[in-house]
Design a protein around this ligand. Structure first.
Ligand SMILES: [Mn+2]
Length: 430
């Protein structure tokens, strides 16, 4: 195993924080014990929790107006893996990486797999890319990919997805995530029904090539890059796709891909109930698909999503096994810091979800006691679970304060000296 941050750096940073953490953890343990909750049980579950890092997240994203590259940006997938390893070593919450093809394409897949093993990182869902044209590609995706009016363009997009599956098989991935930018910018430009029929036909070809132990996730998005209609626009269409394709097909919920104020936690509950929740792209937004850091705008909404997930977990909902991934674009922060904070925010929402008194909540729901039902959720959300998160990190070999430890390590300055600036690192908003 290779470590990007030496254990001595982590130990040194933890040392000065240890006594305060023990005090805070014990005090919280007493508080939770009065509520009938064993803090060590929560800590164990949090320690076992993991969320995948998107390989494209460790580069600076940007907007359609500009991109302001940071120092020491990764030059390719091997650099990206090292940055992802830093995030996992300090947070102990991100054991896997989700790749994007062709951004992360390499000639030697066994070397990539080996490097992942060296760094203690596994490979989560593969992501295909038919929303932009690649060098040397025969057909353009300007007017769509899997739903394109031209059969040869659709075939090219199918072929690319099959290649993603082959790459994923070599890396130990077990899922393919498909998001297409297909849609229209003007009323009348596209025939809604025919376009969706073409998309479903193409997806059936991809589904047929899926190994038995793989899943395929389709990701809906209401707008952008198409600004009038999108072929896979919402969870309803996404559910229809999963139904049409079969038992290995599931819906992926990207928190940013909905209209403002959409009740996302209710969408999550519906997909759980009908066994089609595939997973998440966690991020946050104020206006649209802003791809802001998870939990930075509306942490209560994130908690409410996790409230549904924990409810399914503790009730043993059949077939419930969603993939958890981050999907953010970092424009003004160090991506490693943002991803560490976001992984922590997701784990925080999970811990808070575990604190909900579900027996009491069920009683208040049965009795139509709206106020106390709401207060039961708020009691869990208001609990400061930071000592649980920090103790779980510490006992797994991570940092009590990941951002402080990362800054103390000097990692960014070190890679800035090693990695010459590049014009494109394959970052972006997806
Ligand atoms: Mn996404």
């Amino acid at each position: 195993m290779t470590s990007m941050i030496s254990a001595s750096v982590i130990d040194a940073d933890n040392e000065g924080r240890l006594a305060a953490l023990r005090t805070d953890y014990d005090r919280l343990g007493e508080t939770l014990a009065r509520r009938g909750i064993a803090i060590d049980d929560i800590k164990r579950k949090v320690a076992a929790y993991g969320v995948a890092i998107p390989s494209w997240g460790v580069g600076t994203g940007g907007t359609r107006f500009a991109r302001f590259p940071g120092a020491g940006e990764p030059r390719g997938i091997f650099d990206k893996l090292e940055d992802c390893a830093v995030i996992h070593e300090l947070t102990r919450a991100t054991p896997t990486v989700s790749l994007h093809i062709p951004w992360d394409k390499v000639g030697d897949l066994s070397a990539l797999k080996q490097r992942g093993d060296d760094l203690g990182l596994g490979f989560d869902a593969m992501n295909s890319n038919t929303f932009q044209d690649q060098p040397g590609q025969g057909r353009s995706y300007k007017f769509g990919s899997l739903s394109h009016t031209d059969a040869a363009t659709r075939a090219q997009a199918v072929e690319h997805n099959l290649e993603c599956i082959e790459i994923g098989k070599a890396l130990g991935s077990k899922a393919l995530t498909v998001w297409v930018g297909d849609g229209s910018n003007f009323p009348g430009q596209s025939h809604f029904i025919r376009a969706f029929e073409r998309y479903l036909d193409a997806m059936k070809s991809i589904y047929a090539a899926l190994p038995d132990d793989w899943r395929i996730f389709t990701e809906h998005k209401m707008f952008e890059p198409a600004f009038y209609s999108t072929v896979v626009q919402d969870w309803g269409t996404n559910y229809l796709i999963a139904q049409e394709l079969g038992p290995k097909a599931f819906c992926l919920v990207d928190l940013g891909h909905h209209a403002p104020n959409t009740n996302i936690e209710m969408i999550v509950a519906r997909l759980i109930q009908f066994k089609k929740l595939g997973g998440f792209h966690f991020n946050d937004s104020k206006y649209g698909d802003d791809d802001l850091d998870t939990g930075s705008i509306d942490p209560y909404r994130l908690f409410l999503v996790f409230n549904e997930l924990v409810d399914a977990e503790v009730s043993g909902a059949p077939g419930f096994d969603p993939a958890h991934m981050l999907d953010q674009s970092h424009n003004v922060t160090d991506p490693i810091e943002s991803l560490m904070v976001s992984a922590t925010e997701v784990a925080r929402a999970y811990a808070q979800g575990l604190l909900v008194d579900r027996k009491a909540l069920g009683g208040y729901q049965q009795d139509n006691d709206a106020l106390m039902a709401s207060q039961t959720l708020k009691a869990a959300f208001r609990t400061d679970v930071e000592p649980i998160l920090a103790m779980a990190r510490l006992e797994s070999g991570g940092a009590i304060d990941p951002v402080a430890c990362y800054r103390a390590s000097g990692y960014r300055a070190k890679v800035a000296a090693e990695r010459p600036a590049v014009t494109s690192g394959g970052g972006g908003i997806v």
